[in-house]
Design a protein around this ligand. Structure first.
Ligand code: FES
Length: 133
């Protein structure tokens, strides 16, 4: 069996949503101290929905594929749903990652959560809104 699924290879070779959002509503950056890889996620949020998302990843192929897939999974989704995204869901959407590459998908989950935290820190009233739902 091939080490990487076709989906991983596809998202690695043709990553979706690469780039920067200049006027992002939330930015999240995380790094893995062990491998030194870095991932940055930019969110545009309107009406409690992620209307646009872009990423910059300086890292391994699995990290790039994970960022690309994660951005596809959260685009157009309500913030409350985006908050629930797990690295497992990202890896599953990629038809799996080798065990020793699972930590690469963790970067995507963490970067998105950091970006949402950044958004909430600028709009504390929004956090209350989503908690009251
Ligand atoms: Fe560092 Fe994949 S090896 S994120």
């Amino acid at each position: 069996m091939a080490l990487y699924s076709e989906k991983v290879m596809d998202h690695f070779r043709n990553p979706r949503n690469v780039g920067v959002i200049e006027d992002a509503d939330g930015i999240g950056e995380v790094g893995n101290a062990k491998c030194g890889d870095i991932m940055k996620i930019y969110l545009k949020i309107d009406n409690d929905t992620v209307t646009d998302v872009k990423f910059e990843t300086f890292g391994c192929g699995s990290a790039i594929a994970s960022s690309s897939m994660a951005t596809e999974l959260i685009k157009g989704k309500p913030v409350a749903e985006v908050m629930q995204l797990t690295n497992k869901a990202v890896a599953e959407a990629l038809d799996g990652l080798p065990d020793y590459k699972m930590h690469c998908s963790v970067l995507a989950e963490e970067a998105i959560k950091n970006a949402l935290e950044d958004y909430y820190s600028k709009h504390p009233e929004k956090r209350k809104d989503s908690e009251n739902e």
